[in-house]
Design a protein around this ligand. Structure first.
Ligand SMILES: [Mg+2]
Length: 394
């Protein structure tokens, strides 16, 4: 198949709130091949610079827009996607948004190849089976400990066996204030639900500030402390890992290539590596990180906080890990994110979620449900239109 068109759609909620909720807008990608097959992907990225990175004219030989390399390319097997990834990376070396923009295209190419060959993407990737995942309810801390308590009670009542609280006020006030949120989370979840905490890079690279919270985190049995620092702060990660007794560090969602994630494993000494396929360059590099982590005793977990399309893509890289491994499962996603797909990956009677066995990523989109969120964009340079919002029709 030859790639004939790549379309990008900028979708957004009517109001973007200044909170750590990445599901409020979306860069959705559709690829079409010359035999009429379609594939869909989502970038975990700000939509407008992502569109620009797709269509920008070249600045020089190592600074091409992504579509320069993708349009007209032949995709007949998984190795063709990996080869194209290399071309895009080389020709987009100096364009920092390349990985974010390519991620959605890469995912859409896997979906397209799966649909064309009649196979689910996890099988195309070489997995013999797709195993069930234990979803953890992923949500933000409440603004107050009372709100955190109520949120914890809610997800425990819904039957989740693991829950994560993140961002919001955590780490921004006193140690005592954080302690109150942690105690509220544990009280609301009860003793049997695993508690995960996401600091949302709040401490930059300040190891002492993070370490001051370790006694409280460990007292409530926190399984992992996620993103105490920005992704590149490898020395800070390693320094904090030295001071942890029972809690382990988790990071990787900020990785925009496999090296960033593998360096967090090798030099940051994290215990859990969390990869967003919509940011790291797609399913191929995410699977490489999963293999690297497995060989070093580091547990792979998906990162996703947006649509079910992104969720499905994020589960593929480690679908071969046996039943019961944790997966991030957004429970507070926006109506845009939840409306995007007609089908949903819901926990079954056993509380586990499973990837579909249908071709591609196995989810059909509900374009009617999200058309109202489409943003009209036009990029014109010297009278030449480089981009105009395509029609969101089947
Ligand atoms: Mg996070």
């Amino acid at each position: 198949m030859r790639i004939e068109t790549v379309e990008a759609f900028y979708l957004a909620m009517p109001e973007i709130r200044d909170i750590g909720d990445g599901s409020q807008d979306m860069a959705l990608i559709r690829v079409r091949s010359d035999d009429g097959t379609t594939g869909w992907g989502e970038c975990e990225a700000s939509p407008l610079p992502t569109i620009a990175a797709l269509v920008t004219p070249p600045s020089h030989s190592a600074c091409h827009g992504v579509l320069d390399s993708v349009l007209g390319a032949r995709i007949d097997q998984p190795a063709d996607i990996a080869a194209l990834a290399g071309v895009v990376a080389e020709r987009g070396l100096d364009l920092l948004q390349t990985a974010h923009a390519w991620s959605g295209v890469e995912i859409a190419l896997w979906d397209l190849l799966g649909r064309a060959s009649g196979e689910p993407v996890w099988a195309l990737l070489g997995h013999r089976a797709s195993h069930a995942r234990l979803p953890y309810a992923s949500q933000l801390f409440g603004d107050t400990p009372e709100e955190t308590l109520a949120k914890a009670r809610q997800v425990a009542a819904e039957g989740y066996r693991a829950a994560k609280f993140g961002w919001g006020p955590f780490g921004r006030g006193s140690v005592a204030a954080d302690e109150a949120h942690l105690e509220a989370a544990r009280a609301g979840l009860g003793g049997d639900v695993a508690l995960l905490v996401d600091a949302g890079t709040v401490w930059g690279e300040d190891v002492d500030a993070a370490a001051a919270r370790l006694p409280a985190l460990e007292a409530v049995g926190t399984v992992w402390l996620e993103e105490p620092f920005v992704s590149g702060a490898l020395a800070a990660y390693a320094g904090l890992a030295d001071r942890c007794r029972t809690v382990r560090l988790a990071a990787g969602e900020g990785a925009h290539n496999a090296q960033v994630a593998t360096h967090l494993i090798d030099y940051g000494r994290i215990g859990y590596v969390q990869v967003d396929t919509g940011r790291i360059g797609g399913i191929g590099p995410a699977a490489a990180v999963a293999r690297h982590g497995a060989a070093r005793g580091v547990t792979y977990v998906n990162h996703t906080f947006t649509s079910q399309l992104a969720l499905a893509a994020s589960l593929v890289p480690y679908a071969d890990v046996p039943d019961g491994a944790l997966c991030e499962y957004p429970v507070e996603a926006s109506p845009l994110a939840t409306g995007l797909t007609a089908g949903r990956l819901r926990p079954g009677a056993d509380g586990l979620i499973r990837l579909p066995d249908q071709p591609g990523l196995g989810l059909e989109l509900d374009l009617e449900a999200v058309r109202g969120y489409l943003q009209e964009v036009e990029i014109v340079v010297n009278g030449r239109c480089l981009y105009r919002t395509p029609e969101l029709v089947p």
